[in-house]
Design a protein around this ligand. Structure first.
Ligand SMILES: Nc1ncnc2c1ncn2[C@@H]1O[C@H](COP(=O)(O)OP(=O)(O)OP(=O)(O)O)[C@@H](O)[C@H]1O
Ligand SMILES: [Mg+2]
Length: 397
């Protein structure tokens, strides 16, 4: 009897806990416990970091770049590596770039106020470092370059700091620049040029450039006329395969005493294309709709998708109505083809009413520039996987 009570109580507690915390999260960085697979990518990136290589890692928005790279950095032994993560998202010019990079390098190497200041002065003397305490009482470093333009000499100092840090510590320094496409919006290409000329002399420093907006980034590394042409190995990150999602999703349902079979998970992944953000989002909704002790089936999946599309429909209607007819036809074609189509073939243009390859070309260019579609091998994908489902439904009857 006592044992029965304990088990029942435990089960109730477990249910209460999972009632509160949905095990599928979307939108933030995912780490331990919420991270699915990426074993091969982690191994490849770690090898590249260990050999102090340069790589340019690109993927569509929310494909899991930041989560992946932070996980790779966390796995590197601290005794041999100093890892520096620079988020360029808030930067708008070479001064902000210098500030963000100098800060990231300093805090990656030192944590006490005194040593932080010493290091700041030794690596970034030109940028007038100062140390203070933040609201949580933690030391933070700032540089006196707010609101002023940085000179080439300042940039050289910032970009040579990783090499100096590697020499000083005897460790390999791993520099990660996230949202690297931001530098395309800077006042000029001084930063891009200086990165090229500085890093080519560095030893024991690995560089990882991360970014979305593939078409812009690729031109940075593939266009002969650009400073960073062929300066880094390309490493694209794609969706996660269904066979990896199946145990990941099933386990999280089971833990809450809910069920979902492999086939339903496969069907879910087909709808999201295995894109991590959309897969987690759809799982989140499906999980919350499934009662404890119940199984989520194909019909529930349809309901979950309908609910998601209902929530987004206002935004999708506006987006759709702002498009030209040819853009709509092009998107319809992409949405309805099971496999990535050849969008400039006469088959495609005839079937979806585009009439000519040049009409299709123009539609593709403007949709790509607006980040609605991304180039994928010889075809394109609709970036927002739920928008794709919405378009499919629009023409379903
Ligand atoms: N390996 C993974 N396992 C499970 N979910 C993941 C994984 N990677 C990413 N996700 C899901 O995708 C979301 C976005 O991840 P993350 O922020 O790392 O992507 P990103 O490519 O850096 O996005 P952004 O383009 O916005 O910078 C996460 O919140 C999570 O829901
Ligand atoms: Mg990111």
């Amino acid at each position: 009897m006592a044992r029965w009570i304990t088990q029942t109580a435990l089960r109730t507690l477990r249910n209460l806990e999972v009632w509160v915390v949905n095990p599928f999260s979307y939108g933030g960085i995912v780490g331990n416990g919420a991270f699915c697979n990426r074993t091969r990518e982690l191994a490849d990136l770690t090898d590249m970091m260990k050999s102090a290589g340069r790589s340019f890692v690109y993927a569509e928005r929310r494909m899991g770049k930041t989560s992946l790279i932070l996980r790779a950095l966390a796995k590197l032994p601290k005794k041999q590596f100093v890892t520096v993560y620079v988020d360029l998202w808030p930067t708008d010019g070479s001064a902000a770039f210098s500030q963000a990079t100098a800060k990231a390098v300093s805090v990656a190497a030192e944590s006490t106020s005194k040593r932080l200041l010493e290091l700041g002065k030794s690596l970034f003397g030109r940028l007038r470092p100062s140390v203070s305490l933040d609201d949580a009482g933690q030391p933070k470093i700032d540089f006196g370059i707010d609101g002023r333009a940085v000179s080439r000499a300042d940039l050289v100092e910032v970009l040579d700091a990783p090499q100096k840090l590697a020499d000083k510590t005897g460790k390999t320094v791993v520099m990660v620049f996230d949202e690297f496409q931001q530098i395309l919006d800077y006042e000029d290409d001084t930063t891009e040029k200086q990165i090229r000329s500085s890093i080519q002399h560095h030893k024991n420093v690995a560089y990882v450039f991360l970014g979305s907006r593939k078409h812009l980034l690729q031109s940075m590394f593939l266009d002969e006329a650009r400073p960073l042409y062929r300066s880094a190995m390309h490493y694209p990150i794609g969706p996660i395969e269904t066979k990896h999602w199946q145990p990941f999703v099933a386990k999280r349902f089971q833990h809450a005493d809910k069920q979902i079979d492999r086939q339903t998970i496969a069907s879910l992944c087909k709808r999201t294309g295995g894109h991590p953000f959309y897969t987690q989002h759809l799982c989140h909704v499906l999980w919350s709709m499934t009662e404890t002790g119940e199984e989520a089936n194909e019909a529930d999946l349809d309901t979950a998708v309908a609910e998601l599309l209902r929530r987004e429909s206002h935004a999708y209607v506006n987006l759709w109505e702002a498009m030209t007819k040819n853009e709509q036809r092009f998107l319809r074609g992409l949405a309805e083809c099971e496999e990535p189509p050849k969008p400039f073939s006469s088959d495609f243009t005839r079937r979806f009413g585009l009439r000519s390859a040049s009409n299709a070309q123009r539609a593709a260019e403007s949709l790509e520039a607006g980040d609605i579609i991304e180039r994928e091998e010889a075809s394109f994908v609709i970036v927002d996987r739920f928008f794709r489902l919405w378009i499919q439904r629009l023409f379903a009857n």
